[in-house]
Design a protein around this ligand. Structure first.
Ligand code: ZN
Length: 450
């Protein structure tokens, strides 16, 4: 391990005994890299190319000074206070912290948030989320019903580093519509049924969950059942009852549409976010895309998901390419029609934390790097009501930042090349070359198969 390098990259500024400086740096770095949480209340990021928002020109050679979780100074001539912890961005690109607007806390150990150690949970949160730059994650369906809330409480209590977590809790399935691919897991957990058979039952459960702290709801409007042979579509009156209760609470409703018929039910019931495209059900016409845009529906494309799923069925690569191309067509026409795209990967359901493929596919569907940055930052904060505090690098905003090794303006896959993730002024991930070896290899989803 090269300590000099360590001090240089992540160090403390200030006078005094150089050996003390070295020791403090090592203590800081140790705390940072082992616990994953920086203790400093004041943090400076120097030598950065800052993109304040998706439309702004970059600020070269910028310093971002953070205090008590907020950005307090930003510019090229910021004086550093004595003793401030400093991260050298080494010319890397800095953007606002990313949002993953479609994820799950289903893999072990995350779905056992009440019993697992903070080290286990912290490791998994890093592998799935923070090492890819996510400072906020919307969990859109989890079991048991209060699991994500427990995880959120433990992160907030400082037990481990992690993203800000929003959750819908348990999703709503149609009657006889528990998806085949979750049946076994739910049986194994002894989870209660998440099916709703009447609009009254649906409304009451929605109210209960929202009053209990859920940040939205998720409707399986098109549920894939019978081992993938059939799609059970939710009754429009039931979907509308859930959405109305959700809007009355000022919160968003996500839907898994699966088919064109599912999209129609989503439109008729006033859903806010389509959680996927529908690539197994033909292309989207300009007219359909326009109807979605006019209805104010946002989209998480989850393009890489379809490649993963089709390959899981051992389909030939030409089928993989056809389905994936269809998903891209749908994103392309939606984006060209002015639709609001929210970056989302379905990680936690699929075992693919790396965001690189999703970025490649989004770029291939015609989204330029600015549009992709918007899907990671300004679009979700606007959609979910956090624009006043998040989504841009600006004085007064929450100090949620990502330091990228490369400039995404040259190649959008640079959004997956994350050096540091900072949330509320604390470093919650650092891909530092001197980082202590992480416990084990692979990702959290693999760990559950031990
Ligand atoms: Zn999902």
């Amino acid at each position: 391990m090269n300590e000099d390098d360590n001090v240089q990259r992540i160090g403390m500024r200030g006078g005094g005994d150089p050996s003390m400086k070295w020791i403090r740096s090592c203590v800081f770095s140790f705390a940072l890299l082992v616990a994953g949480v920086a203790p400093a209340q004041e943090l400076a990021l120097v030598n950065a190319r800052v993109y304040p928002d998706p439309q702004a020109a970059p600020i070269e050679n910028a310093t971002v000074l953070m205090r008590d979780g907020r950005i307090v100074e930003l510019g090229t001539s910021v004086a550093l206070p004595d003793g401030v912890a400093v991260i050298d961005a080494e010319g890397g690109t800095v953007t606002a912290g990313f949002w993953n607007s479609h994820a799950h806390t289903l893999p072990l150990p995350l779905r056992e948030a009440d019993t697992r150690t903070s080290a286990e949970l912290g490791f998994a949160l890093r592998q799935l989320f923070t090492r890819w730059g996510f400072t906020t994650v919307f969990d859109i369906a989890s079991f048991p019903s209060d699991n994500a809330a427990t995880l959120r409480r433990r992160i907030a209590a400082g037990e481990m580093a992690g993203p800000a977590l929003l959750t819908v809790g348990m999703p709503f399935f149609p009657a006889d519509g528990t998806p085949s691919y979750v049946e076994d897991m739910l049986d194994g957990m002894g989870a209660p049924s998440a099916e709703v058979a009447t609009d009254r039952e649906a409304r009451e459960r929605a109210r209960r969950q929202l009053e209990g702290g859920s940040d939205g709801v998720k409707l399986f409007i098109g549920a894939i059942v019978d081992e993938g042979r059939r799609v059970q579509v939710m009754d429009t009156a039931i979907a509308r009852a859930v959405v109305d209760a959700t809007h009355a609470a000022g919160k968003p409703a996500f839907a898994h549409p699966t088919t064109r018929e599912g999209i129609e039910v989503a439109l008729a019931s006033g859903v806010d976010v389509l959680a996927h495209t529908t690539p197994t059900d033909g292309p989207w016409s300009p007219a359909l895309a326009q109807r979605l845009v006019d209805a104010g529906v946002a989209l998480t494309p989850t393009l890489a998901l379809f490649e993963v799923e089709v390959r899981k069925e051992r389909a030939p690569e030409e089928v993989v390419a056809r389905i994936s191309g269809m998903a891209q067509q749908q994103l392309r026409i939606f984006h060209e029609s002015g639709g609001q795209v929210l970056f989302g990967t379905d990680v936690g359901y699929i075992d693919l934390p790396d965001t690189r493929r999703e970025l490649e596919l989004m770029a291939g569907a015609g989204m330029d790097w600015r549009a992709i940055l918007a899907s990671l930052t300004t679009a979700p904060v606007q959609r979910f009501g956090h624009s006043a505090r998040k989504g841009r690098v600006e004085v007064g905003m929450d100090a949620d930042l990502v330091v990228l090794a490369r400039d995404p303006a040259r190649d959008p896959t640079a959004f997956s090349d994350v050096r540091h993730t900072i949330r509320a002024g604390e470093v919650i991930h650092s891909a530092h070359p001197n980082a202590a070896p992480e416990p084990g290899h692979g990702n959290a989803a693999n760990d559950e198969r031990r």
